[in-house]
Design a protein around this ligand. Structure first.
Ligand code: SF4
Length: 267
């Protein structure tokens, strides 16, 4: 049986660079994107540009039910780092259904300078490969691929969001929520409308623990979050003086105490 080659794009810089890198190496590559329906329009537009560059359709995989449907199933329990039902139902499941039962090589955009682990299916028919690791392509190599192609960085990096994925993603740092409010106020309102604050124990659901978005958006809190972020950026720039601000954002791992992002959504 022939082996299929599949590369999952997230709208993030590393998976995009990998798609560009592999374009002429594996002509029968299938490019896929698991669309949760909650991505920023600018991410979708960026993927459209990538699609034009690749000269090949990026197959959009849609889950068979929406985030709102699953939220109802979970009784309003918002997903969280320790309860990632969204990743499983809106990303992994559509991908595995698309892959099916045949043999597949899955191309993963983890860079040579990274030590993290991306989505590696436990399904025996899926073999994950890491071309950036094999070819020694690190952060600077990824930037070069993106810039040389003319595709450039994902647009959200320009206004300070560090990752692709759902606009309400709980992996966002407080400063990213502030930036979402400033850049996409209606999406912030929509994210806020998913929160439920009740007096009964175990019935309050917020995206950030102990900080409902109704609180976060207050001017005094916004100011505090911005101040703290400025301090973090200044510290980070001091330790990496040759990095431009956009690179600081793009490689954002500036506060290790914060939760790690979801790789299948944001690589
Ligand atoms: S981007 Fe965030 S909210 Fe969306 S599916 Fe991934 S982990 Fe869940």
């Amino acid at each position: 049986m022939t082996e299929r080659h599949i590369l999952g794009l997230s709208g993030g810089k590393d998976s995009t660079a990998l798609a560009l890198f592999m374009r002429d190496k594996v002509p029968d590559m299938e490019y896929v994107f698991c669309d949760t329906g909650s991505e920023l329009d600018e991410t979708i537009n960026y993927l459209n540009q990538v699609e034009a560059y690749l000269g090949k359709k990026i197959i959009r995989l849609n889950p068979n039910a929406t985030f709102d449907h699953w939220l109802e199933v979970f009784n309003g329990y918002l997903p969280a780092p320790n309860m990632r039902w969204c990743t499983k139902l809106l990303k992994l499941r559509p991908f595995e259904e698309y892959v099916g039962g045949g043999n597949v090589v899955s191309y993963v955009g983890i860079r040579a300078d990274e030590d993290r682990v991306g989505y590696i299916s436990t399904k025996p028919n899926i073999k994950a490969v890491f071309p950036f690791k094999e070819h020694g392509i690190d952060y600077d190599g990824v930037m070069k691929i993106l810039i040389d192609s003319g595709i450039g960085l994902p647009p959200y990096l320009n206004w300070g969001r560090s990752h692709s994925g759902c606009y309400f993603c709980f992996f966002q740092k407080p400063i990213e929520w502030v930036l979402l409010l400033e850049n996409y106020p209606r999406l912030f309102d929509k994210a806020q409308s998913y929160e439920k604050i009740r007096h009964e124990p175990g019935k309050t659901f917020t995206w950030i623990q102990n900080m409902p978005l109704s609180e976060l958006r207050k001017p005094e809190n916004i100011e505090r979050i911005k101040e703290k972020h400025k301090e973090i950026i200044a510290r980070h720039k001091q330790s990496r003086p040759n990095k431009k601000l956009v690179e600081v954002f793009a490689g954002l791992e500036i506060d290790d105490s914060e939760p790690k992002s979801c790789l299948i959504c944001q690589l």
